[in-house]
Design a protein around this ligand. Structure first.
Ligand code: NAD
Length: 437
């Protein structure tokens, strides 16, 4: 198959490289000339484990190339994926679809022969209808079908997720789109990943419903963690105790500083807005959004409380800044609100993140950035673990303690055990667990 991927970000680049790895011919297109120049030069614009080898291998095999111009590859394509960003629209919380619609218009002008245009971006219900209308209006003689194929990969494990998905969802209105979409994914469902064909609007809603459910699950355990702290219970055991029930499942039950990233915050908000527009509010999700928003600053208050309520002039070290490990993505990371709240309270923040510091510097210029966990600890009045990078899982505790001005450690990811930290001489607090006696 000849495939074009419009948008070469976290989703477009990973999907494009994986499709090439399946044996398809893929051109990844992006408006960002710097990104394309870097890719053509053999560089990778994002951090995603394994992506450099996957890209270089498929470029060398002649199956993967990059371009800023979509006209030529689109004319030859069987299937064109739209994988551009759909961020929150400023002001009202709806998804900003301007990039999707701009891409649709450009694609329309370049179509030649029957082509399936597929929205891989996360888009609200009805976007496929509008993409179809735009293409028909721009190029009335075009022979095309519009499909929806939401992406479920997770940053940090994106290649594995793409190659071994729990399911593939494809929404179509025109049966002519079915065979090309089956051909695109044939290597996967031969490998037993179920492919679920639905109507297009259903497929669009599946993506939002999935993300909203996961966000709700995280928020649920976060609230239970708060209750654990009040009643002297241990949220790790509660999680295990409920997660072993197959009806509930163990995943997404890790209490922490609140969900972040480029998907859950914007997708929960967009779903709530869509539902309000259709006069069918999703109150569970509205509440999830509100709880999670409050939680991020509450984490800063937790750090302040661990320092007896006064952080003015104090040096607070943060271990990790990205919204989760194994990515450089800083979008909506809890660290942003935490840093702002600590700075508002008069603290000086110093931080280290293995991959996120370039992106963080633009968002959080007020931080002192250093090159290791031990440099963060040097002279710190307190440390907080914000992201559970592997590099923070086996820290040399005596060394850390010697470097710090005061041995206060707030573990927002429950990486360490209260007993171990207390024995090592730390004033240790974590999420939803009783302090060690
Ligand atoms: P991203 O910001 O990393 O990448 C989007 C890219 O599209 C950018 O490089 C941008 O320059 C490019 N672009 C914008 N308009 C263009 C145009 N007209 N022509 C060519 N290129 C254009 O975004 P992302 O994280 O890859 O997300 C893309 C979509 O996938 C979003 O809708 C997101 O919700 C969804 N999604 C993301 C993830 C994830 O983990 N990041 C997972 C599943 C779904």
């Amino acid at each position: 198959m000849q495939i074009v991927m419009i948008g070469s970000g976290y989703v477009g680049l990973v999907s494009g490289a994986c499709f090439a790895d399946f044996g398809h011919d893929v051109v990844c297109v992006d408006k960002d000339a710097q990104k394309i120049a870097k890719l053509k030069d053999g560089g990778i614009p994002i951090y995603e484990p394994g992506l450099d080898q996957l890209v270089s291998g498929n470029v060398a095999a002649g199956r993967l190339s990059f371009s800023t111009d979509l006209a030529e590859p689109v004319a030859k394509a069987d299937v064109v994926f739209i994988g551009v960003g759909t961020p929150t629209r400023r002001g009202d919380g709806h998804a900003d679809l301007s990039y999707v619609y701009a891409a649709a218009k450009e694609i329309a002008e370049a179509l030649d022969g029957f082509t399936v245009i597929v929205t891989k971006s996360t888009v609200p219900v009805g976007t496929g209808d509008e993409v179809e209308r735009i293409i028909r209006e721009t190029n009335p003689s075009a022979d095309f079908a519009v499909a929806s194929n939401p992406e479920f990969l997770r940053e940090g494990a994106a290649i594995e997720d793409f190659k071994r998905p729990d399911r593939i969802v494809v929404g179509i209105e025109d049966e002519k789109a079915r065979a090309p979409m089956e051909a695109v994914y044939r290597p996967l469902y031969l490998n037993k990943s179920p492919i679920l064909f639905t109507r297009r609007r259903t497929s669009e809603l599946i993506k939002y419903a999935a993300n909203a459910f996961l966000a709700m699950k995280i928020t649920f355990i976060n609230e239970i963690a708060d209750l654990c702290e009040k009643v002297g219970a241990d949220v790790q055991d509660v999680s295990r105790g409920i997660g072993l029930d197959n009806r509930i499942g163990a995943k997404f039950l890790h209490a922490g500083p609140g969900y972040g990233g480029s998907c859950f915050p914007k997708d929960t908000l967009a779903l709530a807005k869509t539902a309000q527009d259709y006069d069918s509010p999703v109150r569970l999700i509205e509440t999830t959004v509100a709880i999670n928003d409050n939680r991020k600053r509450a984490m800063a208050r937790k750090v302040i409380a661990a320092m007896d309520g006064d952080v003015r002039g104090k040096r607070i070290g943060l271990l990790g800044l990205t919204f989760k490990p194994n990515t450089d993505d800083m979008r909506e990371a809890p660290s942003i609100a935490i840093v702002q709240a600590l700075t508002d309270a008069g603290a000086k923040v110093v931080a280290y993140d293995p991959e996120g510091m370039n992106a963080a510097r633009e968002l959080l210029p007020e931080i002192d950035y250093v090159q290791s966990a031990y440099e963060v600890a040097d002279g710190a009045d307190a440390l907080a673990i914000v992201t559970e990078w592997d590099a923070f899982r086996a820290l040399d505790l005596p060394r850390l303690k010697t470097l710090m001005k005061a041995p206060v450690l707030v573990d927002l990811r429950n990486v360490y055990s209260p007993a171990e930290m207390t024995e090592a001489g730390f004033h240790y607090s974590s999420i939803g667990r009783p302090d060690a006696d």
